[in-house]
Design a protein around this ligand. Structure first.
Ligand SMILES: [Zn+2]
Length: 252
């Protein structure tokens, strides 16, 4: 492979990564009527969500959450390592919500067809249930329900999840930890705190993955600030209002 071809290959990969990040960041669902009025502090509920774990950071995230006595939601992927199994168990044991985020997290595989999506779904759900003894009831689509990458109409997957009684959650607040811009921990906190003021129920997108050390650093000050502004930090459960880019109710 010539240096030039190699360079093009790297650039393409970087572009794909960038597009993935843009997809997760772009709040298409907010326009054109984004709510900007301030919601009374006491009414604010905030769900902190972590995608893509377990990772090298999961333990650190769990330690901080424990220290602050805060429960969160983890949308996990499949990982057969022994250390990962312990982390799934710890997530459940410490009162956090274990959600699904696909076993493989490979857009090109899971979004190929309904059958491929179903296979991946069952693989992860069975696996997590065996390990933790708890059957997950919620999911976050890789890239969100509004992702622009699926080869299949997302409504097909949404119909399937509805049949299964699974609620999927997108997000209305993005910390920005998956964007190409390298935010500092302070900036991540600022991104979240600023946007949380706009909603009664915020679902905050963050990532539990090895390269995202700033997410871990931002966590404690983020919790402090959210609590100072009166937000109640809660794990997602059946009472949490679904935040969805494509509204499941509208999918027949
Ligand atoms: Zn993801």
């Amino acid at each position: 492979m010539s240096l030039l071809t190699k360079g093009i290959g790297l650039a393409k990969r970087a572009k794909h990564r960038f597009q993935d990040q843009i997809r997760e960041r772009t709040p298409v669902y907010l326009s054109p009527v984004r709510r900007i009025e301030q919601v009374a502090a006491r009414e604010r509920i905030c769900a902190m969500t972590f995608d893509d774990g377990p990772s090298e950071n999961t333990e650190k995230i769990l330690d901080i959450l424990k220290e602050k006595d805060v429960k969160a939601t983890f949308f996990v992927i499949g990982n057969a390592d022994e250390s990962a199994k312990e982390l799934y168990q710890r997530i459940v044991a410490e009162g956090h919500t274990l959600g699904m985020h696909s076993y493989s997290h490979k857009y090109s595989v899971i979004y190929q067809s309904l059958e491929a999506f179903q296979n991946d779904f069952h693989q992860l759900r069975t696996y997590l249930t065996e390990i933790t003894g708890v059957e997950p009831q919620i999911m976050r689509f890789p890239g969100g329900s509004s992702n622009q990458v699926s080869n299949t109409d997302m409504k097909e997957f949404i119909r399937f999840l509805k049949e299964k009684g699974i609620t999927y959650y997108d997000w209305n607040v993005a910390s920005g930890d998956a964007t190409s811009q390298a935010y500092t921990p302070d900036e991540l906190v600022e991104n979240v705190v600023h946007d949380v003021t706009a909603y009664e129920t915020s679902v905050v997108l963050m990532h539990d993955s090895s390269p995202k050390a700033t997410t871990v650093e931002a966590l404690e000050p983020m919790i402090d600030k959210l609590q100072q502004m009166g937000a109640e930090i809660l794990p997602i459960d059946e009472t949490t209002e679904p935040v969805q880019h494509i509204t499941a109710e509208n999918v027949e």
